[in-house]
Design a protein around this ligand. Structure first.
Ligand SMILES: Cc1cc2nc3c(=O)[nH]c(=O)nc-3n(C[C@H](O)[C@H](O)[C@H](O)COP(=O)(O)OP(=O)(O)OC[C@H]3O[C@@H](n4cnc5c(N)ncnc54)[C@H](O)[C@@H]3O)c2cc1C
Length: 117
């Protein structure tokens, strides 16, 4: 087991930003996360998935209510929920992978475990 000067618990927006900053300041830093994917609430179940779905629903709403005024006929409009959900999952996965890559660039060890309080 290596020794670290700083250990950050949690890979949410608070944790990963703090951990990267510590590394940039020259501290040997590790980050600990209990879940298989990084990014915490925001990336996995909060901000990112909700905004991905909001984006899709805005497209649907525009097609349903506003396209006609632009001369675009979209009468047989259908919502494909599995496809919409898949896109949301893809956005989440790409964003979480982005955090993994940021930690990789810092050469930062990731310990996947739950710290008991
Ligand atoms: C539906 C929803 C929508 C949101 N939309 C927005 C938005 O649009 N804009 C915005 O600014 N904010 C939004 N938020 C709030 C945002 O998600 C939080 O403010 C943000 O995630 C807080 O970041 P954090 O790093 O403090 O905590 P978290 O993101 O919760 O991360 C904490 C991490 O620590 C890990 N952890 C905790 N305890 C342990 C332990 N004992 N051992 C190991 N790991 C542990 C957790 O697994 C988690 O990954 C939204 C939240 C929700 C629920």
């Amino acid at each position: 087991m290596s020794n670290f000067q700083t250990t950050v618990i949690g890979s949410g927006p608070g944790g990963y930003v703090a951990a990267i900053r510590c590394t940039q300041l020259g501290l040997k830093t590790a980050i600990i996360e209990r879940y298989p994917t990084l990014g915490g609430t925001c990336l996995n179940v909060g901000c990112i998935p909700s905004k991905a779905l909001l984006d899709s629903s805005e497209h649907f709403n525009n097609a349903k209510r506003h396209f006609e005024a632009h001369g675009i006929n979209a009468q047989k409009l259908e919502l494909n929920w599995p496809r919409m959900r898949q896109r949301k999952d893809d956005v989440v996965s790409q964003t979480c992978d982005g955090i993994q890559y940021l930690l990789f660039l810092q050469d930062m060890p990731l310990l996947k475990t739950k710290i008991r309080s």
